[in-house]
Design a protein. Structure first.
Length: 351
């Protein structure tokens, strides 16, 4: 194994820097993973790439290797491993919780409040380098039926989408609306379709992503945002609206659409991060008896459950990857992701 490696860091001024790092050595309960694929998340763009705006769990420590959606193969074992071994294909669950608090013991590392919590690509080195040091407790097995690029997608985006859909429940008699067809919105449509949704509707302004959703057969109808978009959605649902709606846009207008286009007694999930929302509680929520669920990433056990279901459903998250780059061209990869004229963007590594 090489002694040095090149990793990508995000200075916070819409650029990427490549730096030399030591190849890590595993300690007790740790492994070194050879990175095979690491995809770029919208939160990287929102909180780190353009400007270091993240606080707390989304606070980026300058100089850390970026990338919180890594997948790869274990190439070196530390002592004390209990489940995984050299040669195993694994997904990295990117929030490394303390492991002993109330939330961690429930599998909800995302909610860990301990000062020991450190997320890959945020407060500890992530996947934008050929090797990554991981705690065994943060790993999820990657079945042979799924590619490394599938696994990178699961590591954050698909896990986030699955958590929201499980919260609101998806059935064969549901019309499902997804507002915002970035990578998480597209993942939400793909999963809702696999879970049996009867009708799939999208709202998106970006022509490229509208075309991608249609090309992949993920929508029955797609509308661009407008003053009459709710009426458009009602028109294709018999005037009733959708039983289940998910906002992935984080825009005030998008969230309003998700709420107002939901059917009476419908369930709504807010997934898109940031910004605010303006609602009229009585007509928007109380009188039609709608319920809003907040949803953030997912738990360890739910992500492992998702992997099992992806194999059962025979679907591949890597279908949403439209562009691939080597780590040496990470600057191009992040710039493309920031433009929005793409699906998912991946950094991939040769075998």
């Amino acid at each position: 194994m090489a002694v040095k490696m090149i990793g990508a860091i995000l200075p916070g001024n819409s650029t990427v820097e490549l730096k030399e790092f030591e190849v890590p050595t595993p300690g007790f309960g740790q492994v070194v993973i050879k990175t095979k694929a690491s995809t770029i998340c919208g939160s990287d763009i929102r909180c780190i790439y353009r400007e270091h705006l993240g606080k707390g769990p989304e606070g980026y420590i300058p100089g850390m290797v970026a990338g919180h959606e890594p997948c790869g193969q274990i190439v070196e074992e530390g002592p004390g491993l209990k489940r995984f071994k050299k040669g195993d294909r694994v997904i990295v669950y990117h929030i490394s919780g303390c492991g002993v608090c109330y939330d961690c013991r429930k599998g909800n590392y995302i909610s860990c409040k301990s000062p020991l919590r450190a997320a890959y690509g945020w407060q500890r080195n992530g996947g934008m380098a050929p090797y990554i040091l991981c705690d065994e407790k943060d790993l999820i097995p990657l079945p042979d039926e799924l590619s490394y690029k599938d696994g990178a997608q699961v590591a954050c985006g698909f896990g986030t989408a699955y958590e929201a859909l499980e919260k609101i429940g998806i059935g064969g008699d549901d019309a499902v609306l997804v507002v915002g067809l970035g990578p998480v919105g597209l993942a939400t449509l793909m999963l809702a379709k696999a879970m049996g949704a009867e009708k799939l509707i999208g709202v998106e302004m970006n022509e490229y992503r509208i075309g991608l959703a249609k090309e992949l057969g993920l929508v029955d109808y797609v509308f661009q945002p407008s003053d009459h978009v709710v009426e458009d959605i009602l028109a294709v649902t018999g005037g009733h609206g959708c039983e289940k709606t998910i906002d992935c846009s984080a825009a005030d207008a998008g969230r309003q659409t998700a709420v107002r286009a939901a059917r009476d007694y419908g369930k709504i999930a807010f997934v898109g991060e940031g910004h605010s929302v303006t609602l009229n509680p009585s007509p928007d929520l109380m009188h039609p008896t709608k319920t809003i669920y907040g949803s953030w990433v997912t738990s360890l056990w739910r992500m492992e459950d998702l992997v099992e279901h992806l194999v059962r459903w025979g679907i591949h998250p890597d279908q949403l990857i439209t562009d691939e780059f080597p780590v040496e061209k990470a600057a191009e990869a992040y710039a493309l992701m920031a433009s929005g004229n793409c699906g998912k963007v991946a950094i991939v590594y040769p075998d």
